[in-house]
Design a protein around this ligand. Structure first.
Ligand SMILES: C[S@@+](CC[C@H](N)C(=O)[O-])C[C@H]1O[C@@H](n2cnc3c(N)ncnc32)[C@H](O)[C@@H]1O
Length: 369
């Protein structure tokens, strides 16, 4: 009997190849052959009205579920009590970009942090063999489910429950490290557990970065490949919340005149700000007719400081606007670089330097730890 998922698998791999996310024959073949649907038997996917729940056990949903499994979309597999997504099978095109950037050779060992559903670990096992793949997940229940799905698909990587920031020292070193949850800074442990000359691919801030580790194993350096936001590490503290007072329309008239740049919502500035001050959250309130040119922006941090700015006025509590304004001034002086022009050099003592265009550029700044 022919496998009804073979067609959709090949179509997805072809789509990712046409889009430029996949390029190497070995990864194209992995996407053609590893069955994603086994890792997402029930999931939420994004539709215009919000999230739609699909369950393969429901005969009326099965065909639609299968089509969604082989579309280029992320599929949420776990939400917490407040409705926030805590695990997902990532968007295949982003997975493909990250796997290609990992630049693996057939005899490389890999550490993945953020096992999630196990689909990415399955792709790695398909490419390298079970013995070369190690994967760490924070949530015991997810790790148990992923172990079963991986076994069903025929893969048996080494699996562990724990905080991925600690890596997996007992099995180190690894030729390649791939992090599939968002992190604010590269943990020094990843550099220390990566083989000199190895590669670390991670989602840092609002972009995917590939760091090439030097021949002594003390620094990793590389550029951002593309914008992409992952779920943040579950081991970190809660994100800042924006106080209700900041949304009150009545405060607008109370603000003071200020220099409020019109491009605070520029995606490249947002990513730049996130790298400089990862603890700051930003909410944009569009102007009349949804215009961004007359938008207002609220910035808030965990210390309780917030500012509402836009259209030449500012209302603030605490010093947060100074940080945002300084970051904007630096970004503007650097020529408003796009995310792909930005790179990082990270040392094994945790020191991060951000640079524009190349590591020896004069446009470089140390990031706060
Ligand atoms: C986007 S999902 C990963 C997708 C996964 N690689 C796959 O193929 O399904 C992010 C995962 O990282 C896990 N995670 C978050 N913080 C973590 C941490 N500090 N250490 C290890 N895993 C973590 C989450 O529980 C979640 O399962």
């Amino acid at each position: 009997m022919t496998d009804p998922t073979a067609g959709p698998r090949h179509e997805l791999a072809a789509k990712l190849t046409t889009a430029g996310a996949l390029g190497s024959p070995a990864w194209i073949s992995a996407f053609e052959q590893v069955p994603r649907h086994l890792f997402v038997p029930a999931c939420w996917h994004r539709i215009a009205a919000g999230l739609e729940y699909l369950d393969s056990a429901n005969p009326e949903q099965r065909d639609h579920w299968l089509a969604v499994c082989y579309s280029d979309t992320s599929l949420v597999t776990q939400v917490d009590s407040s409705g926030t997504a805590t695990s997902a099978s990532s968007q295949p095109s982003v997975m493909a970009i990250m796997l290609e950037a990992l630049d693996v050779a057939a005899d490389n060992t890999v550490l993945e942090v953020g096992t999630g559903t196990g689909y990415n670990a399955a792709l790695l096992c398909h490419r390298l063999g079970d013995d070369r793949v190690h994967t760490v997940e924070y949530d015991q229940a997810l790790s148990t489910t992923a172990t079963a799905a991986l076994a069903q698909a025929g893969y048996h990587p080494a699996m562990r429950v724990g905080d991925g920031a600690a890596g997996w020292p007992e099995q180190a070193p690894y030729d390649r490290i791939i992090a599939t949850y968002g992190t604010e800074r590269i943990p020094p442990t990843w550099l220390r557990q990566c083989t000199p000359g190895g590669v670390i691919v991670a989602n840092l801030g609002l972009g995917v970065i590939a760091l090439h580790v030097d021949q002594h194993g003390h620094t990793g350096s590389g550029r951002f490949l593309s914008r992409a936001a992952f779920m943040n590490s579950r081991a970190g503290g809660d994100a800042a919340t924006v106080p209700q007072a900041a949304f009150d329309p009545a405060i607008v008239g109370l603000g003071h005149p200020a220099d409020t740049p019109p491009d605070l919502r520029d995606d490249n500035f947002t990513a730049w700000l996130h790298l400089h001050s990862p603890e700051i959250v930003q909410v944009t309130l569009p102007g009349p007719d949804d215009s961004l040119s007359q938008a207002e922006h609220i910035f808030a941090n965990r210390a309780g400081s917030w500012a509402r700015v836009g259209n030449g006025r500012i209302t603030q509590v605490g010093p947060i606007w100074r940080d945002v304004h300084d970051a904007h001034t630096r970004w503007a002086h650097a020529g408003r670089p796009e995310v792909e022009q930005i790179g990082l050099t990270v040392r094994d003592d945790g020191h991060h330097t951000l640079w524009v265009d190349n590591p020896s550029s004069t446009q470089r700044w140390n990031l706060t730890p």
